[in-house]
Each structure stands twice: as C-alpha cells, then as structure tokens.
Design a binder for this molecule. Structure first.
Ligand code: 5CA
Length: 439
C-alpha cells in the first residue's frame, strides 16, 4: 500500500478525550473514530489489525474442534423470555421494537439463540459433542463506556458454545477451550493468565477469566510470578487426548491467580512465597464458563442418551474480546514514540521509507523494493509522500510496524538500505542485493 493513496488520518496531538495510552494511540494513528459513546468506526489501519486478531482466534478455535457459524446481531425477545434472562439482564440490554411492535434486542451474547439452534438440529447423543462459535458484534449499554475499544458499547466478540451428554464430557470441552485460549493469546505475543472468576449474568459453576497485565486494567490481579516463567507455547497437544488437555489445565490452575473479586489475601500469603507475589492490574481478554444445564433445561435442549432416555445437554460458553484485544495489545506493547506491534497482528510487516521522494534514483529503488516485497507476499506500507524525513520517521514509529526499511540517496550510492527493528530500535545496513531475503 502506498501511503500517498491510503487513508490514515494521523493526529498531531494527543486527543483530549483519551485517558489511557491505547485509546490515545489508536486515535492518533487514525485506527478508529468514535461515532457515539462506546461505538467506533474502524478505519483502514485499525481494521487490518482487527482482522488479523480475528483470524488468529478463528484458526485456534477451528484447531480445537469448534465449528464456525454466524448468528444475527438482532434477536427476538421471546427467546430470552424462555430462559428468564429478558427481565434479568436489565438496562445493559438494548431493547428495540420493530414495525409490527414486536420486542427485539441487539444481542449482548448468544446462549439462548445457539441453544435453540442446537435444539432443532440435534436429537441424539450420537451427534455429541459439538462446539459452535461465531465472531459477531455485540451491544451492551454499559453505564460507563470508556478507554476506547476496551470498554465499548458495540464490540466484537468471539463466542463459542459447547454441548455434551455428560458433565465429564462437558469438562473436556471446557478444558479444550481453556488450552486453546492460552495458545490464541500466546500467538498475539500475550501472556494471558487464567484466573478463577465470578460468573455474573452468564451464570454457572465453573469459570475462568484470562487477563493480561496492564497498569490501566480494570481489575486488580494477584498471582504467582511462576506463571510468567512458564512456557506458553509448548502445548502442541492433541485435543482429543482427554488426559493431556486436562494436564495443561491442571498445570495452569494449580498456582495462585485471582482477580480482586475472588482474591483471598490469607491464601495468597500462604501459597505464594513473598518474592513471587505479583500484584497489579489486568485487562480481561477472555472469559469461559461451564454452566451445565442452565439454558438447556428451560429451553428444552434435550437429546436421547444411550439408554433411550431424554436428557438436557451440558453446556459452556467461551468468550474472547476481539476488539478489546486491539487496545489490550497496545497497552502491553508500546513506548514513548508509539505502538510496537507484535508481528502476528501488525497491520503491515514493513514500513518502506523514501527519504527523498521526487529524486529519480531514490524513487526507482523504492519502487523496485516495494514491488518485490509485494510480489513476495510481504505486507508493506510505502511512505512515498513528499515530506521531511523527520516526520516520516515519527509516523512510522507511531504506527509501530515491526520493520522499517529506509532508502535514501546516500545509502543507495553504496548499494545499501537501512533496516530498523521497531521493537529493539536496532538499525542495520543491509546490502540491497540481500534485502529481500530478510523478509
Ligand atoms: N457469553 C459469555 C461467553 S461467550 C460472555 O458474554 N462472556 S463475557 O461477558 O465475559 O464477555 C466475553 C469477553 O468479551 C470478555 O472477556 C471481554 O474480553 C469482552 N467484552 C465484554 N464486554 C466488553 C465491552 N463492553 N467492550 C469490549 N469488550 C468486552
């Protein structure tokens, strides 16, 4: 992409309305624009990151055996009357009437709808287990939408729903999602610590939140430092291996980790040596629930068991805050100059900087490199504008692409490009002849 033809409305100054760094940086980089409190347009740069995150989530859900569907954002109220949550959900639910005066709502979550879909499609234990998920916009009329996409009213969530015959089988489905979450967040360069959690309006018996450390997080967190030393990428396990999956869950739940809602100071002191006690703040990027028959019973989602008897299915639901992750990753990865994107979610891999746009040789060299990188499938943002180098460097640092390739007349004379690593700040002269091999 040529920057001269792109849409990336950069703000020179910090926007006043933003309280936290990720919100500031997302506005400054022209990633998002607020349309109403807690509702955002995703501009091209932000949209690319959102899609990258979504794709990682999707790949790891698929790998864990979940099947993708897509349910509508607007739901009929009657579904929610069956589960009893229509009144219980309160003011957070955006209620709408259609032209026939029918009660509708903008979905804050989909337990009811998916249970109804499942009920119609599956009749026998032979069709179990199943896990269905979608990645869809939700609306929650939060009292205090704030921190940009971190606590929005309209936000993108991945929500998965598992269906099993027995509690034990349901536990395995829960464990699979637990492990897939560790992998999903690790691929984005995050260590999201699983913590036992309250179940809130979703309800149920077992629940874990996944939190990343950040000063601006909304929850207080208390955990064993040992978590941070664990290998978060080593569980390339077979999801059908019940024991192996359970062992990873066991490993990641045996150490102390709790949000302020569940924290027990005496237990923390007893179980964690003083030097290993981490207290801080965290951002909840995922939340999983096992609620058994809470929805299947009232909604009649029953299957015929091996003994011929009809039984309600055992279920769980599993959420990831896809749009929240964009802000969360920035909170976890930035410096004074701007964002530092982990490569897996970066909007482009390389920023190509032309130091002397208009100079025939520099333009020609940049064109060649730009086209060659594109041909190789490397995503590159080419700053071909006629601007001063200082401004170009500042913009590239601000938007945080992992690599910068800097081309100017002086280097060209010696046949070299300068390559800068955004994360480490290291600069290196690379011969033009070998530049492509680097990416
Ligand atoms: N039905 C369950 C699981 S699918 C559910 O809705 N869980 S949840 O309420 O915990 O939401 C799942 C995830 O969505 C949260 O972990 C969080 O990362 C994200 N999320 C929740 N509320 C918001 C919000 N207002 N803005 C941005 N992300 C949010």
């Amino acid at each position: 992409m040529r920057l001269s033809q792109y849409f990336m409305p950069i703000l020179r100054d910090d926007p006043k309305e933003a309280e936290i760094v990720s919100h500031k940086l997302m506005l400054r980089c022209g990633m998002i624009r607020q349309e109403a409190a807690g509702c955002y347009s995703w501009l091209p740069l932000g949209f690319r990151v959102l899609k990258k995150i979504e794709q990682i989530v999707r790949e790891e859900q698929n790998r864990a055996g979940a099947i993708e569907v897509l349910m509508p954002t607007i739901q009929p109220a009657d579904l929610w009357r069956k589960s009893g949550r229509y009144d219980a959900y309160g003011k957070e639910m955006l209620r709408i009437k259609d032209r026939h005066d029918r009660d509708m709502l903008f979905g804050p979550t989909n337990e009811e709808m998916i249970t109804d879909i499942f009920r119609q499609g599956v009749k026998s234990y032979k069709d179990l287990p199943r896990n269905l998920y979608h990645i869809q916009w939700k609306f929650r009329d939060e009292v205090r939408p704030r921190f940009g996409v971190m606590r929005g009213r309209e936000f993108l969530m991945k929500d998965a729903y598992s269906f099993d015959l027995t509690r034990e089988a349901g536990q395995h489905s829960y464990n699979k999602m637990f492990v897939s979450y560790l992998k999903t967040f690790a691929r984005m360069g995050l260590k999201a610590v699983p913590m036992r959690a309250e179940t809130g309006p979703i309800g149920g018996k077992d629940s874990h939140e996944f939190l990343i450390l950040a000063e601006t997080g909304e929850s207080g967190v208390f955990f064993d430092r040992a978590f941070l030393d664990m290998d978060w990428t080593a569980f390339d396990i077979d999801y059908d291996d019940v024991g192996a999956v359970a062992r990873v869950v066991e490993d990641f739940t045996s150490k102390y980790a709790a949000t302020d809602e569940k924290h027990d100071a005496a237990e923390f002191d007893r179980r964690v040596p003083e030097a290993a006690r981490v207290t801080g703040r965290g951002i909840e990027v995922g939340h999983i629930f096992f609620f058994g028959t809470k929805y299947s019973e009232p909604m009649g989602a029953v299957v015929q068991g091996p003994d011929g008897k009809m039984v309600p299915v055992e279920s769980g639901s599993y959420g990831i805050g896809v749009s929240r992750l964009v802000g969360g990753i920035i909170e976890a990865s930035h410096d004074e100059a701007g964002i530092i994107w982990p490569e897996a979610v970066a909007p482009f891999k390389v920023g190509l900087i032309n130091l002397k746009a208009g100079d025939a040789d520099t333009d020609a060299a940049c064109e060649t490199i730009y086209k060659a990188l594109e041909a190789k499938g490397v995503e590159v943002l080419y700053d071909d504008r006629d601007e001063r180098p200082g401004g170009k460097f500042a913009t590239m640092d601000l938007i945080g692409l992992p690599w910068q390739v800097i081309i100017g007349p002086r280097g060209l004379k010696d046949g070299i490009a300068e390559v800068k690593n955004r994360k480490t700040g290291e600069r290196e002269n690379v011969a033009l002849a070998t530049l492509l091999e680097r990416f």
